[in-house]
Design a protein around this ligand. Structure first.
Ligand code: 5AD
Ligand code: SF4
Length: 424
């Protein structure tokens, strides 16, 4: 079959789409980039917020019309929502195939037998040994662990993705080398909580040291880190290893201790700020990005203001701001004092406005400085420009052509749009 994949959610899902592409290609199917050519449309889905799920249900509904002109067309749902909803997607939404997060190896069989849903959890499944079909020509996401043990009280991930398991270090190293040799020299290691990577006697900092020695790559990043597990050893390794970028994504979630406790985050705002201080001392140019949420049950106006205050104090380079979305079966969904949607929305707006201003200042502060840019893609706006990132995760554009893709360029920051550095 000719399959087309539409991916929602986090980078882990992008990596899973690349994994399933390999599985299907090896089974004789063909990946297409144009939905009109497809006879199998796959939606790789996210369950973290209700909005993400609704978008996919809307997309399925709007693509169903294709079945009238092409009766052989199949629609599949994979990923977190497939795991969560299983057969219900077939019964209520006219989906043909449903494959849960641990069942991708059996997806070709599902197609062959032309039937149903497979969602049995397998908490040992790591898909180790399968080489992802990387979409980008310059950057690679590499999954180093799957699952999560943290059970933050708002989060559905541990229920759909199961317990933590780490991939063998030697396979990660081999894959990173292979990517570098193919020209994908910017590596992002993925896991719900990379800090708890553990394979034999190799912990996360040790894995980073091993990867830093690989000649064929230029840069290493990783997501996501949990503040309760971020060790001094990791900070040391980040400061010492030249390929590890000056950037960390460290979800704060809330700036209020009572809310953090109710979220089961296992740290206080004091602990978080202490880590930020240590990071900035060891790695002076480090960019810190975060996830913050508003409207968690019981969040008073004061508690919300504590989050704004923390954002002002910490000065994140970027923050993904979310409004709390109750998820079925999570602890927080059953808490009293759910915050009305209108208040959640109003608070979200305030957070976004505040962060936009902080990010703008961070970008402007770069004007005049020399930066190193890894060229990731051709500019969408100009035929003579390319786009990439600085080591501290800022988007940058500069003059260049196809030939520059996958290379490092030194340039000066001439101006900022507030969210892009214009360099030359
Ligand atoms: N509602 C809103 N945001 C959520 N996140 C996780 N679960 C929820 C939820 N129920 C956010 C967290 C997490 C990011 C990936 O998504 O901020 O870090
Ligand atoms: Fe969800 Fe918390 Fe695990 Fe992140 S660490 S995936 S927020 S439970």
């Amino acid at each position: 079959m000719k399959f087309y994949i539409e991916t929602y959610g986090c980078q882990m899902n992008i990596a899973d789409s690349e994994l399933i592409s390999t599985i299907l290609i090896e089974a004789g199917h063909q990946l297409v980039n144009n939905i009109d050519e497809a006879d199998l449309i796959i939606f790789n889905t996210c369950s973290v917020r209700e909005h993400a799920e609704n978008r996919v249900l809307g997309r399925i509904a709007s693509e169903k019309y294709r079945k009238t002109s092409n009766p052989d067309l199949k629609i599949a749902v994979i990923g977190c929502m497939a795991q969560r909803m299983g057969k219900r997607l077939i019964e209520n939404y006219s989906v043909d195939y449903v494959a849960g997060v641990d069942q991708y190896l059996d997806f070709p069989k599902l197609i062959q037998e032309n039937k149903g849903a497979i969602t049995d959890p397998d908490y040992t499944q790591t898909y180790s040994g399968i080489r992802p079909h990387h979409q980008s020509r310059t950057c690679a996401y590499i999954t180093i662990m799957r699952g999560c043990n943290n059970f933050c009280s708002y989060c559905i991930v541990p229920y759909v993705r199961g317990r933590e398991r780490s991939l063998p270090a030697e396979l990660i190293i081999e894959e990173v080398k292979r990517c570098g040799e193919k020209g994908l020299k910017d590596i992002t290691l993925l896991g719900q909580n990379v800090n708890s990577y553990a394979y034999q006697d190799i912990n996360f900092p040790k894995l980073l040291r091993l990867l830093n020695d690989i000649d064929s790559i230029h840069r290493i990043r990783f997501i996501t880190s949990h503040p309760k597990d971020l060790s001094d050893e990791l900070i040391e390794v980040m400061a010492e290893c030249s390929k590890i970028c000056e950037h960390i994504h460290l979800p704060l979630q809330s700036g209020d201790n009572d809310i953090l406790l109710a979220m089961n985050r296992n740290y206080t705002i004091k602990h978080y700020i202490n880590i930020v201080n240590k990071l900035r001392k060891a790695i002076p140019d480090i960019a810190i990005t975060t996830d913050v949420m508003t409207g968690f049950p019981g969040e008073s106006e004061t508690a919300f203001n504590h989050t704004l205050q923390a954002m002002r104090q910490i000065q994140f380079d970027y923050a993904f701001c979310f409004k709390y979305s109750p998820r079925e079966n999570t602890k927080a969904a059953d808490l009293p004092d759910q915050i009305p949607e209108a208040i959640r929305l109003e608070r979200l707006k305030k957070m976004v406005i505040l962060q936009r201003e902080i990010s703008k200042n961070k970008y402007e502060a770069k004007i005049g400085s020399k930066v190193e840019i890894y060229v990731e893609s051709l500019s969408k706006k100009s035929a003579h420009q390319v786009s990439g990132k600085t080591r501290d995760f800022k988007i940058a554009v500069l003059d260049g052509t196809e030939r520059d893709l996958g290379t490092l360029k030194k340039a000066q920051v001439l101006a900022s749009t507030g969210s892009t550095l214009l360099c030359g």
